[in-house]
Ligand binder design. Structure first.
Ligand SMILES: *Cc1c(COP(=O)(O)O)cnc(C)c1O
Length: 504
């Protein structure tokens, strides 16, 4: 893959991995009896039998065939295993809705500065002024980017931010003495949205998207009433489309005394260009691990700060980071607060990365993020629109949603296309989401990727479209190149094998 053949002078060498697989046995099949990964000086403590010190059930039984390896063997084994995985550092990772963008190394350097990484969360405020200043300034930057009046950095993820935001809305109606019952949710919403509403005791009312994939203001007018606490929308929505009637929608909701919650997972499309606060949004969560870099995936830590309008300020989670008379402090004395949501003050390391990202890009750089993200997605969309069906062909921003309609005629499904991409050296995009698109393939290239990478991805997608015509059966067998080929996903989910068992 990395070499061009000598006769082929036209094509550029391609970057990426294809069939780069190390042979790797199980760790239990490796090593040799008595081999150790440590060397310690001979102990001068007299030998004592464990049985004289511990009750029998506290003593570990010998594990038969327990692997005995040197340190180098262990390091190589796990390093090789780690390379069976896709990662942003090795491949293009076009998952839609997740914004798998590159995390600049300077973010990691800053998060590892000893003064930040080793700062104990119980250190008194007087000795924590630097860390508190960082938190306070990050709040200010997020306010500026979003047009919101206050920001809390506590929630640990987007879903946690949704929960915090809806709880604040709930607390508001509680304080008014009349709780509302429902929340309106477009049918294209991410699954965490209805879950957050249900956790706060609200009934979810589905709002059907119109034939352009957008919210229909007339539908909102029909369903919005004084028993409805809020509308929870995503803008741009999960089809990557900007809700062009946002001003009308927010007015309808406000006229009935409701709140507008915006799921900000797609802010990568609008940062530095448009402010949700100016569109009538009252609550907005940010996914710092999507819009403001920070590595994510695999359940790693994230952060889901929430921006709110002034009216919800009494309900902010405690403690609130404040800056008064050139001192930074944490305010716990807030009687109407929804309380604490997270140990200490949020996932501090993630907040340092987002702070660094914003400071290194600056105002102009942040705007360029959105411009490049939108340009990249539209380049892919335009390049593949003949090969893959676009169920909602209208203008879209930072991601584009295709489906398998054209390939279906040959019996090739979205799952086959996704698996075939692995053989082509790419991580599959998000599939079968949003739910309103049958057989969805949702591609988000992000701002990080170069035109060369996008061209290779487009070429791979075109190859798969061609294979669909020429040899559709082969696609049912994809992927063939990786160590693990096509798995029975239902079986893998229902009967996972999580523990190695000795043969005997
Ligand atoms: C990712 C995402 C969420 C949930 O965010 P997490 O940080 O994964 O909890 C919510 N809504 C949308 C649209 C998303 O893409």
């Amino acid at each position: 893959m990395n070499r061009t053949s000598e006769t082929d002078t036209t094509s550029k060498p391609k970057i990426g991995q294809k069939g780069l697989i190390f042979k790797e046995p199980l760790v239990f099949e490796m090593g040799s009896p008595g081999r150790k990964a440590y060397s310690l000086p001979k102990s001068d403590v007299p030998h004592t039998k464990l049985e004289t010190l511990l009750p029998p059930d506290e003593i570990r039984q010998e594990i038969r065939n327990f692997p005995e390896l040197s340190e180098l063997e262990v390091v190589r084994h796990y390093t090789r295993l780690s390379q069976w995985n896709f990662s942003i550092d090795t491949n293009f990772y076009p998952l839609g809705s997740c914004t798998m963008k590159y995390n600049p190394r300077i973010n990691e350097d800053m998060a590892r500065l000893p003064g930040l990484a080793q700062h104990h969360p119980y250190t008194p405020e007087t000795f924590s002024q630097g860390s508190l200043q960082l938190l306070f300034e990050l709040q200010e930057y997020l306010k500026e980017v979003s047009g919101m009046d206050h920001v809390t950095l506590q929630p640990a993820a987007g879903a946690h931010g949704e929960f915090a935001g809806i709880l604040m809305i709930h607390a508001y109606f509680e304080a008014q003495g009349r709780q509302r019952k429902k929340v309106l949710l477009p049918d294209s919403a991410h699954g965490t949205n209805p879950a957050s509403c249900a956790l706060c005791g609200y009934e979810v009312v589905a709002l059907p998207s119109n034939d352009q994939g957008l919210i229909d203001p007339e539908k909102v007018r029909e369903l919005m009433d004084e028993d409805t606490a809020a509308i929870m929308l995503t803008n741009p929505n999960t089809l990557g489309m900007f809700e062009k009637d946002i001003l009308e929608i927010t007015k309808i909701v406000h006229d009935k005394g409701g709140f507008v919650y915006c799921d900000g997972a797609n802010l990568n499309a609008v940062v530095g260009i448009a402010k949700m606060g100016q569109m009538g949004v009252d609550v907005l969560h940010f996914n710092l691990h999507k819009t403001f870099s920070t590595p994510h995936g695999g359940g790693g830590p994230g952060a889901g700060p929430v921006g709110i309008k002034k009216i919800l300020e009494p309900y902010l989670p405690t403690p609130v980071v404040e800056h008064k008379e050139s001192r930074y402090s944490l305010n716990y004395d807030r009687p109407q607060s929804i309380g604490r949501l997270k140990a200490f003050y949020g996932n501090f390391g993630v907040l340092v990365r987002a702070y660094t990202y914003i400071r290194t890009l600056g105002k102009e750089g942040i705007r360029k993020v959105a411009e490049s993200a939108v340009l990249n997605a539209n380049y892919i969309k335009a390049s593949l629109k003949e090969d893959y069906h676009l169920p909602f062909p209208g203008p879209s921003l930072h991601e584009c949603v295709f489906n398998d309609k054209y390939q279906n005629k040959q019996g090739v499904k979205t799952l086959d296309i996704a698996k075939a991409l692995i053989d082509e050296g790419f991580h599959p995009p998000t599939i079968y989401f949003p739910l309103i698109v049958k057989g969805a393939l949702m591609v988000e290239p992000t701002d990080s990727e170069s035109k060369e990478t996008l061209d290779e991805f487009i070429e791979a997608m075109k190859t798969i479209a061609r294979q669909t015509e020429e040899n559709p059966d082969a696609l049912h067998e994809a992927p063939q190149l990786p160590k693990v080929t096509r798995v029975d996903e239902a079986k893998a989910a229902r009967h996972p094998v999580l523990r190695w068992k000795s043969e005997d």
